[in-house]
Ligand binder design. Sequence first.
Ligand SMILES: Nc1ncnc2c1ncn2[C@@H]1O[C@H](COP(=O)(O)OP(=O)(O)O)[C@@H](O)[C@H]1O
Ligand SMILES: [Mg+2]
Length: 197
Amino acid sequence: MVKTKVISVANQKGGVGKSTSVYCIGAGLVMEGKKVLLMDVDPQGDLTKMLGLRKPHELPQTLGNVMNDVIGGIPPNGHTEIRHHPEGFDFVPGNRSLTAEDMTELVGTVQQIKRQIHPKLKIGGVFLTMANETNFRKDVVKSVRESYGRHLPILNAVIPATVRLAEISTADKSIFQHEPKGRAADAYRGLVKETVE
Ligand SMILES: Nc1ncnc2c1ncn2[C@@H]1O[C@H](COP(=O)(O)OP(=O)(O)O)[C@@H](O)[C@H]1O
Ligand SMILES: [Mg+2]
């Protein structure tokens, strides 16, 4: 039987490195031999832009459209919303057709699934990103571990703040193609390993 793992990368805050991480974790999982589907569930479509579709709001087939069709009882037409990326994963673009109501519904559905059929749904781990000299001192990581470690698995990977990573959003490459030998790629490689453990 094929075991599918669903991973969501979440944080209340914007601009903390979620989309960049999803892209790099996805590309890294492919390198680990996994079959990967990325879903852009952000109505801003930032991940979609990073994956090369620069005008997400002009796309006719996105996660939002498909969800609306499903809710409206319209059968999806052969899943043309699923696209292939040169780095070996598939993805479903997102844009503003994915409304706040859709998201509330999605969250509600997840909670229902959790209660009814998937009580094991859990927080897989917390990782730190955009670490620099100011915010990433050993004692900061230590205090995060001490304060939250009992309730949350704090992963070992710490993703540095680097110019190369900032460039990912327009480079049309994940960090593994953009700067494979750099410390950012190393850090994401470590995070990917922890993800498959
Ligand atoms: N580790 C990093 N180092 C430097 N810049 C980063 C890093 N991760 C993300 N960025 C940049 O920070 C901005 C926000 O990142 P993004 O991944 O879009 O965050 P989110 O999805 O949480 O809003 C983008 O411009 C991105 O290029
Ligand atoms: Mg984002």
